[in-house]
Design a protein around this ligand. Structure first.
Ligand SMILES: [Zn+2]
Length: 238
């Protein structure tokens, strides 16, 4: 491979392992990894070799197929394995804790972002799986929440309206969603690392559960999902 920019998420559009198909050279299809619904990881190629899974993107990104269909969400076990895989890649190849949304960007990308040059698979991995990349990154880099007793780390937990889930936010603006809590975004995004002047010190969810606000120590308010901005006493800290 010419570079290790990150990992590209795919959907299998089927069930069952892929080794039979991938070992058929005429199929012209392969990925580095595959993750079953039960969270089992299979590796088909050395991560140092180019796969064929995403056309022109193969020389600079590794690829992972996920069992199931684009109309089905990733399972909890699949997400846990993808987080472990990404953490491994971060250690071995320096994969960045960012979302990649276009070819050439480092991080956790998706097949359709490559457009026609990557085979025109715009629906791979689909609208249910694609937005799970950020929560997966949050888990993969969860160690960044910090050490108890030191400044930083987790600062707030908010329940969903049903009480069957919650969000946890960290002082760096990272948001981690659990149970029926939907992920609506967090502050560490590509190019957004410098947005925070002061750490996040609080979080509140909207009554619908469709969004949340994060509060910075300087009074800055950050909105996500259906949370709206109504003003903020910024400049509280100098
Ligand atoms: Zn794909």
């Amino acid at each position: 491979m010419s570079a290790h920019l990150g990992l590209i998420l795919h959907v299998q559009e089927g069930n069952g392992g892929l080794s039979g198909w991938f070992s058929n050279p005429t199929a012209g299809a392969s990925s580095t990894w595959w993750v079953s619904k039960a969270g089992v990881l299979e590796q088909y190629l050395s991560a140092d070799l180019c796969a064929w899974a995403q056309g022109d993107g193969n020389s600079s990104y590794n690829s992972v197929e996920t069992e199931g269909y684009h109309s089905e969400p990733l399972t909890v076990d699949q997400e846990a394995t993808l987080a472990s895989l990404y953490a491994w890649g971060a250690e071995h190849y320096g994969w960045e804790p960012f979302l990649a949304e276009a070819p050439g960007q480092p991080g956790f990308g998706w097949h359709g972002m490559g457009g026609q040059d990557w085979g025109g698979h715009y629906d791979c991995p689909g609208d249910l799986r694609k937005p799970r990349r950020q929560p997966i990154l949050n888990v993969a880099f969860g160690g960044n929440l910090g050490t108890p007793g030191q400044e930083g780390g987790a600062v707030e937990i908010c329940a969903t309206p049903s009480g069957k889930g919650y969000w946890i936010c960290g002082s760096d603006g990272g948001v981690f969603s659990y149970g029926d809590a939907a992920y609506h975004g967090s502050i560490p995004e590509p190019g957004g690392a410098d947005v925070l002047n002061e750490p996040i010190v609080g979080m509140a969810a909207t009554p619908s559960g469709g969004g949340y606000w994060l509060l910075g120590r300087d009074g800055g308010v950050f909105t996500f999902g259906d949370a709206e901005f109504y003003g903020a006493p910024t400049g509280l800290v100098h």
